[in-house]
Design a protein. Structure first.
Length: 100
């Protein structure tokens, strides 16, 4: 059985997005397309009611660089970038977790 806990600690120096709540959202197994050698693959991720400021953590499921942009209150873009120009992104899935 899960144990419910109701305390959130914010480290000194951190800047929480909200002072009255913590937002956590997880989407697993989001599909990504494949890309040609050296080509970045971009996937739009929809997630409603996001706060004005949040962090996105991505598990790409394959060896690649990742960056996120286009963050709005309705979603964001995840970019999977091959590590070299000779490598390509394989079709597959990735996971995202949003924290605010």
């Amino acid at each position: 059985m899960a144990l419910d806990q109701h305390t959130v600690s914010v480290p000194t120096g951190a800047q929480p997005a909200n002072t009255d709540r913590t937002t956590i959202g997880n989407l697993a197994d989001l599909a990504n397309l494949s890309g040609a050698a050296g080509v970045t693959v971009t996937t739009a991720v929809a997630m409603a009611d996001l706060p004005a400021h949040y962090s996105v953590h991505v598990n790409p499921g394959q060896g690649c660089a990742v960056f996120v942009d286009g963050k709005t209150n309705a979603g964001f873009n995840v970019h999977l970038v091959p590590l070299t120009s000779a490598l390509s992104i394989a079709a597959g899935t990735f996971d995202v977790t949003v924290v605010a």
